[in-house]
Design a protein around this ligand. Structure first.
Ligand SMILES: NC(=O)c1ccc[n+]([C@@H]2O[C@H](COP(=O)([O-])OP(=O)(O)OC[C@H]3O[C@@H](n4cnc5c(N)ncnc54)[C@H](O)[C@@H]3O)[C@@H](O)[C@H]2O)c1
Length: 350
């Protein structure tokens, strides 16, 4: 049985407490927050403390989830490691690679285990598109697109402060990049990015990131908090079809989409003129009836709870960690390359 404490009982702390109620292998023993009102609705029987120090000193826990704002992750990792607790750290693990390296040094020295809550690897839309690629369902891919658009561009609370680790690249970027990085065996070799502050003065609220692969494939991530046409979408274009997910955002992902194919491969077909209101075209007219057909996307079942199912299995030695420290470091390295690219308007080798 894992005996758990949660440090930082805000939005994510509460999400974790709710999740723990579904996992018999984890006993939520204590939570802490520096703001007393945050503790008012702690689950019955769970101890509450007003500081991490107090929780670490008094609560009988062997594991902690750290879900405080990003700028104090390192401080909390240090405290927890010194108290010899196993650590489950919220994303983004650190604000820089240097800060993350410090954390890894600390946990190694203390001999405690640490992993990071990158639970969006278990988003069902991502897992479905990953399966499309794994099974080669659209042939050789030339483009993968991941899009997340919202309408409420205002950052809230500490997310408006760059020094606290605010901004969308740290918030959602770390998930969307993490997904792309582990989507295929092949890894990107360079990145080009644009980061914009559309309606927020101090932190980014829009980004577009283009990854280039040695094979010629491109992966594109676009996020806009103030797009005003909300959606979560994926597109994979390959040599034998297109896989599409195009729906509204749901917390664990959705799979409103299909694979689209042509009845016959359109290699070396003679050009055929189609009249459109804008004049003749040989490439973008209406497809002849029956040319395009659809197939369902692969049936994949994942939920965020799976992150914890794997976490428990890893803690019991039944499988390796799913989210490893080198993977987390690689994503942070790529995020630094993204910031460099956005600042210099140049592609950066990664
Ligand atoms: N994995 C995900 O999908 C996901 C989603 C949201 C947030 N997060 C991450 O979780 C972390 C917390 O984000 P949030 O949205 O829950 O923020 P939040 O502001 O809702 O909650 C943070 C809580 O930490 C408390 N706190 C601040 N300093 C503290 C201290 N020194 N000791 C104890 N408590 C302290 C605050 O009072 C607050 O209640 C961030 O790192 C964020 O990036 C992850």
């Amino acid at each position: 049985m894992i005996r758990l404490g949660i440090i930082g009982f805000g939005f994510m702390g509460h999400e974790h407490a709710n999740m723990m109620a579904t996992l018999p292998e984890i006993d939520l023993v204590a939570v802490c927050d520096t703001v007393p009102e945050q503790l008012a609705d702690a689950p019955e029987g769970v101890e509450t403390y007003l500081s991490a120090d107090e929780l670490l000193e008094k609560a009988d826990v062997d594991t902690v989830i750290i879900s405080v704002p990003n700028d104090i992750h390192l401080e909390m990792v240090r405290k927890c490691a010194e108290a010899k607790k196993q650590i489950l750290l919220e994303k983004p693990a650190a604000m820089t690679v240097a800060e993350f390296d410090k954390m890894v040094e600390i946990v190694k020295e203390a001999g405690v285990h640490m992993t990071v809550h990158q639970q969006r690897r278990w988003d069902v839309d991502y897992a479905t598109m990953k399966e499309v690629l794994r099974r080669g369902l659209v042939g050789k891919p030339y483009i993968v697109k991941s899009q997340l658009y919202g309408f409420n561009g205002n950052m809230h609370d500490w997310h408006v402060y760059p020094e606290k680790g605010g901004g969308m690249l740290y918030d959602w970027g770390v998930h969307l990049i993490d997904q792309i990085m582990w989507m295929t065996e092949e890894k990107p070799v360079s990145v080009y990015a644009e980061l914009k502050n559309v309606i927020n003065a101090n932190v980014d609220d829009y980004f577009k990131i283009l990854f280039e692969y040695e094979s010629g494939m491109t992966a594109e991530i676009e996020l806009g908090t103030y797009y005003l046409t909300p959606k979560r979408a994926w597109f994979i274009g390959g040599t034998t079809g297109s896989a599409v997910i195009d729906g509204t955002f749901r917390a664990q992902g959705n799979t409103e989409g299909q694979i689209v194919r042509t009845r016959h491969l359109l290699r070396s077909v003679p050009g055929k003129l189609t009249m459109t209101s804008a004049g003749p075209t040989r490439s973008f007219g209406e497809p002849e009836p029956g040319l395009l057909y659809t197939e369902p996307l692969p049936d994949v079942h994942t939920v965020h709870r799976d992150f914890f199912v794997h976490y428990i299995a890893a803690r019991e030695g039944r499988e390796p960690d799913q989210v490893t420290l080198p993977q987390v470091r690689r994503v942070l390295e790529v995020m630094e390359a993204i910031r460099l690219s956005a600042a210099t308007h140049q592609a950066v080798k990664i």
